[in-house]
Design a protein around this ligand. Structure first.
Ligand code: NAP
Length: 452
């Protein structure tokens, strides 16, 4: 497997895929490590999390450079990603945050209670867009609950995948508790089928989610899916317009537009539409585009060449259907993987930039007239990951919240993941939760204990 720098187009490294016999051996070792790990008391398991936070911080610069060279995100964002991972590890080092204490239930038994016990090995199939955060967001809660992790990372970030395995060793975790398997998606099924593998969690596209869910179903394994999104960003006429415009731009342009929970469908009330457009053009014109290794860069290359081709096809098809591009819309300096931030108006719901997930710096804006129309359009998507609502009337916001079909709804704020809150979607954005007590309990046996 070749790892190519998306900005310089240079070959970074070549990796050999693990052979099936090697993989079987890794799983045997991981299984043994997980059983020993699960026998440790919770207080001991969480103590490793603090060491992991320290290790992450001590290697922040190297990890950030590796991620940026492999998948092209601006270096300032790579550094912030490492810091967020350290925060997650620290958060999980407090036992009281985990919700894993046993729970007594009064029945006619002498003693009846519920315990939360590890499942075993969890296969984590992960995407390249947050190559460190996505892996740790799934793995750390599962590990404190007593599980072991087998990582199958996206094929363009195998350097980062191997570094993550090393991080666990350097932080003092038992060997093989976290194992990186260098596998392409075609070679996953024997891993899912292995009796020691008790569940699989995939973060990625809808098509990959359908495929892994079918594989998990064939082998009767639990599956958690964190898939794509096309989050609505709904701006009501009484919103703080400049703050909404800045947050809209940041949400859409973060990671050069390659974020599952970035806002992707912008619904702006007709009374403020023109002002919002002007503010957006002003903000986009201030972005610095180019080399992602420079600390001043906001927009870099897309991670893989085919992603830009796919995005351009969505853009072109939408323009042919009547959309108007009023800013950007072409490659930056003819770079093979950089698209200028692009602003589109005259949007209809069936246009690909609206009805499909766009994974890049493309911002379609649609007008709405009434609140009911705005809510209907926000929910008119096969995805249901997040949504952001902007209004000065917080009572109205509270009334709107239950009407929005999404896993997370943020008012006057950008949708973001947070170790303290559960994260996940509904509809085609997947099922199951990561983070918080709900995420920790995704991979446990909720056991009933009855003593007479
Ligand atoms: P992707 O192509 O679906 O790949 C994600 C992972 O799944 C990679 O490890 C990939 O391996 C593997 N994979 C692909 N096809 C597979 C199949 N048929 N069976 C089993 N595994 C398969 O997605 P991506 O391009 O890396 O990431 C972008 C997508 O992820 C977007 O849709 C984004 O919204 C979504 N995402 C969701 C979340 C969330 O939390 N909801 C977070 C981040 C990203 P290979 O690289 O070897 O193909």
């Amino acid at each position: 497997m070749r790892s190519i720098n998306p900005y310089t187009q240079e070959l970074i490294a070549e990796y050999e895929e693990h052979r099936l016999e090697e993989v079987q051996l890794f799983i045997t070792k991981a299984d043994r490590a997980q059983h020993l790990w699960a026998n440790n008391p919770l207080s001991e398991r969480v103590s490793y999390m603090r060491a992991l936070a320290l290790t992450l911080r001590s290697q922040k610069a190297e990890l950030a450079r590796l991620m940026t060279s492999e998948m092209g995100k601006p270096i300032s964002e790579s550094l912030a990603e490492v810091e967020k991972c350290a925060w997650l590890a620290e958060y999980l080092s407090e036992e009281s945050h985990l919700g894993l204490d046993s729970r007594d239930v009064i029945t006619e038994a002498r003693h009846s209670y519920v315990t939360y016990e590890a499942l075993g090995l969890i296969l984590a199939v992960m995407p390249w867009n947050f190559p460190l955060w996505q892996v740790l967001q799934l793995s750390l809660p599962a590990i404190v609950a007593g599980n072991g992790i087998l990582l199958k990372h996206a094929s363009n970030v195998w350097g980062t995948a191997l570094s993550i395995e090393k991080l666990f060793i350097q932080a003092g975790f038992p060997d093989h508790l976290f194992t990186t398997l260098l596998l392409t998606s075609k070679s996953i099924e024997p891993v899912v089928a292995h009796p020691a593998v008790r569940a699989v969690s995939l973060t990625g596209s809808e098509s990959a989610g359908k495929s892994i869910a079918a594989t998990a179903g064939r082998h009767l394994k639990k599956a958690v899916l964190e898939l794509g999104g096309s989050d609505a960003f709904l701006v009501l006429p009484d919103a703080e317009l400049q703050e909404a415009a800045v947050t809209a731009m940041q949400s859409r342009m973060l990671n050069s537009g390659q974020v599952c929970i970035s806002a992707k469908r912008f619904l702006i009330h007709e009374d403020i539409f023109d002002d919002f457009v002007d503010a957006q053009i002003d903000l986009l014109s201030q972005l610095s585009i180019g080399d992602p290794m420079l600390p001043t860069t906001h927009i870099g290359p897309l991670a893989r060449p085919e992603l830009l081709l796919q995005l351009e096809a969505q853009l072109q098809a939408s323009l042919q259907m009547g959309a108007t591009c009023i800013y950007g819309g072409k490659r930056f300096n003819s770079h093979p993987q950089i698209l200028e931030p692009s602003l589109l108006i005259d949007i209809q719901p069936d246009m690909p930039v609206w009805s499909e997930e766009t994974f890049g710096p493309v911002m379609p804006l649609m007008r709405f007239k009434t609140l009911e129309e705005g809510i209907r359009l926000a929910n008119d998507s096969r995805f249901g990951l997040g949504a952001s609502i902007w209004t000065g009337d917080l009572e109205l916001a509270k009334a709107i919240l239950p009407k929005i079909e999404a896993g997370s709804v943020f008012v006057n704020s950008m949708v973001k993941s947070d170790p303290r809150l559960p994260f996940g979607g509904i509809k085609h954005s997947g099922f199951g939760r990561e983070l918080s007590v709900e995420g920790i309990k995704e991979f446990v046996n909720i056991k009933t204990n009855w003593i007479n």
